[in-house]
Write a protein that binds this ligand. Sequence first.
Ligand SMILES: NC(=O)c1ccc[n+]([C@@H]2O[C@H](COP(=O)([O-])OP(=O)(O)OC[C@H]3O[C@@H](n4cnc5c(N)ncnc54)[C@H](OP(=O)(O)O)[C@@H]3O)[C@@H](O)[C@H]2O)c1
Length: 333
Amino acid sequence: MKLFKISNGKLQVTTTQIPEIKPNEVLVKIKAISLNYRDILVTEGSGKWKPTENRIPGSDAAGKVVRVGNTVTKFKEGDNVTSLILPNWETGQLNANKLKESLGGSDRDGIMAEYVVLPEKALHKFPNYLSFEEAATLPVAALTAWNSVVEQSNLKLGDTILLIGTGGVSLFALQLAKLAGYRVIITSSSDKKLQKATALGAHHTINYKTTKNWTKEVLKLTNNKGVDQVIDVVGGSHISQSLQCVKSEGTISMVGVIDGTSGVIDTGTIMMKAARIQGIETGSTEMYNNMLRAFQLHEIHPVIDKTFAFDDTLEAFAYLKKAKHMGKVSITL
Ligand SMILES: NC(=O)c1ccc[n+]([C@@H]2O[C@H](COP(=O)([O-])OP(=O)(O)OC[C@H]3O[C@@H](n4cnc5c(N)ncnc54)[C@H](OP(=O)(O)O)[C@@H]3O)[C@@H](O)[C@H]2O)c1
């Protein structure tokens, strides 16, 4: 079988035997993969963090069960499944142990292969209204948006949410915020992407590149009160802009690391606004299950920008890195 491994900060294609399974494991024929910004960080490294040599990257895939170990109870041959990035976070509150063994991270291989062996708890069935390509987009971006907009949010119908950029997480957040009945303000570097965001139901759009002081624009749209919640997928120094946009007692959901993992923030303003800064880490299997129920009920279809062939995985990575996409970038096998 064919797979991609990390070698010297780059992806390299290689071949190997289809792996054997242990009693608690499942062999899955991968049908589709979806890329996340994290896959670039895992492959190339970021700052002092160096990529793991020979690691198979990738966390998000959908496929068909080919074989199950003899203690597996949740799946049978022929089931359609997605991966789960955090197999150890099945339910309850997050703790450090539940973050261990994340797929395609520093502890274990991911899913960028034609066949993958995973423990039963790293897989989940998905509703059959979704294609394999659509289902593969859910494990990270959709779950993170669900956790931010639904599980951890205290917003009410009519409240205002600010979404940053039009990448994978933000577009799922847009779809969920619409379902929840929130007023949506979304930013982007591209007017064309903002037009599409309007078509998807965003109430207000702001181009953060061409609008000199875009945070003022957010305040104008909220009668200078600020928004109830910001989903900050950029992180780093962007947090001070999020803080300018959030209302008193509002929430900043800290999701992303596009601008790095540290930034200067006005702690006095956090205090005076009584603002909440809520870190978001993808989500648990229980949350994934809740999310799939809502997706199925409302037949939500993920926004897929472009689909690449498995042989063109390097091109797919390059496309994601250039941030030309809106929503998700997929790979089909
Ligand atoms: N905490 C978690 O569990 C979790 C889960 C998933 C993702 N993440 C993180 O969240 C971030 C986003 O992930 P993603 O998969 O949605 O990424 P993505 O699909 O690559 O989208 C990134 C988008 O962010 C916007 N952007 C980039 N730089 C910006 C800036 N300086 N100011 C404003 N917007 C900017 C761009 O939107 P436009 O092209 O529209 O300008 C870009 O397309 C990444 O850092 C990722 O690692 C964290």
